[in-house]
Design a protein around this ligand. Structure first.
Ligand code: NAD
Ligand code: AHE
Ligand code: ZN
Length: 370
């Protein structure tokens, strides 16, 4: 079938809206009509050419929601008409990782997914007869996309608005999950959040749910302070206005450092600050931001010897098929605020504008409608 898609033909160039060909889903695969998608900084990262797994031409996009159109042989968990959210972290429930009880990083299709291919090693997308690669197993920047069955969670409540719950495809789940699943923040904790895009703001929302006593929000852009405070931040710091390292300032204002910090930018210098602002003996720093290929983190090992802990979090440690239904329910019951993340709405055709808004720091999330 034909599908409108925003194709990343080359790194560093704007996406081009073209009509691509989409093949039928094979065994274990599902054809989904994407109704809404948004742009996460990771899409911009891959488009920039800094992602070692970035392959071109590709259909990017991993934060979306839509409706099942057709299923391949053997698919039983979803059926045509079902509302679904694609999951870049699938959940097969059978692999060593899924069975470990220790991680959400399902390994069933990770190898081919990282190469922009479906599990059988081929692609369902083409343009002028040439293959187009998939992305993160989701490719939500095509009106019709093919994904693995295990990369879909069904939205059981048909009243759940897909133009909002699409945010559970990445940003909101990642931030809230990192607080509860990765850091396991307890009531009264003193915390710091570096970077106030959708990920950092979702972390703040998770910290507010966990009843953290202090939530120090940090961003170079003063324009982010208001929303951070609305979500629950107690303090805001713009590090570009300081004449000394931010970690020194935070350690001083928290009587020795924070219990938990979260890096939501992808900047290895900030990752160091986030670790070093943690309290001696127990402070934990969670890396969420994705740093460019070739970048490395560093600190004095003494920081770890003296009890600080460095951890990372992918998709907030959330097992999508098991845990997203509960998060969608929380949203429907008013326990998660999605509306505040949605700063812009645009037509899908204007997707490059959504990237510009993100780069300029003017948007949190832009919902693109097909
Ligand atoms: P975003 O661009 O909306 O937000 C980043 C924020 O960081 C902006 O507000 C920006 O002003 C701020 N910032 C940039 N440099 C800074 C600095 N030196 N000091 C303080 N603030 C600074 O991005 P986003 O969509 O929220 O994504 C954030 C990061 O999280 C990206 O690296 C993205 O790739 C990553 N991410 C990771 C996961 C995961 O599962 N680990 C999931 C989603 C996104
Ligand atoms: N391909 C990148 C890795 C990017 C990365 O770390 N991705 C995060 C999700 S970002 C979503 O916005 C993730 O979940 N990683 C786990 C995984 O298995 O990919 C690179 O730099 O190589
Ligand atoms: Zn993302």
């Amino acid at each position: 079938m034909k599908s409108r898609a925003a194709v990343a033909f080359k790194a560093g160039e704007p996406l081009q809206i073209v009509e691509i060909d989409v093949e039928d889903p094979k065994a274990g695969e599902v054809l989904v009509k994407i109704l809404y998608t948004s742009v996460c900084h990771t899409d911009a990262y891959t488009l920039s050419g800094d992602d070692p797994e970035g392959v071109f031409p590709a259909v990017l996009g991993h934060e979306g929601a839509g409706v099942v159109v057709a299923v391949g042989e053997g698919v039983t968990s979803v059926a045509p008409g079902d509302h679904v959210i694609p999951l870049y972290t699938p959940e097969c429930g059978k692999c060593k990782f899924c069975l470990s009880g220790k991680t959400n990083l399902c390994s069933a299709i990770r190898e081919t997914q990282g190469k922009g291919l479906m599990p059988d090693g081929t692609t369902r997308f083409s343009y002028n007869g040439e293959p187009i690669y998939h992305y993160m197993g989701t490719s939500t920047f095509s009106e019709y996309t093919v994904v693995s069955e295990i990369s879909l969670v069904k939205v059981e409540d048909e009243k759940a608005p897909l133009d909002k719950v699409c945010l559970f495809g990445c940003g909101v789940t990642t931030g809230i999950g990192a607080v509860h699943n990765t850091a396991k923040v307890e009531e009264g904790a003193v915390t710091a959040v570096f970077g106030l895009g959708a990920i950092g703001l979702a972390v703040i929302q998770g910290l507010a749910q966990a009843k953290a006593s202090r939530i120090i929000a940090i961003d170079m852009n003063d324009g982010k302070a208001e929303l951070a405070k609305k979500m629950g931040a107690t303090d805001f710091i713009n590090p570009s206005k300081l004449d000394r390292p931010i970690q020194e300032v935070i350690v001083e204002m928290t009587d020795g450092g924070v219990d938990y910090s979260f890096e939501c930018i992808g900047n290895v210098e900030v990752m160091r600050s986030a670790l070093e602002c943690c309290h001696k003996g127990w402070g934990e720093s969670i890396i969420i931001g994705v740093a460019a290929g070739g970048k490395e983190i560093s600190t004095r090992p003494f920081q770890l010897v003296t009890g600080r802990v460095w951890k990372g979090s992918a998709f907030g440690g959330v097992k999508g098929r098991t845990e997203l239904p509960g998060m969608i329910e929380d949203f429907m019951n008013g326990k998660i605020d999605l509306d505040s993340f949605i700063t812009h709405h645009l037509d899908f055709m204007d997707i490059n504008e959504a990237f510009d808004l993100l780069h300029k720091g003017e948007s949190i999330r832009t919902i693109l409608t097909y």
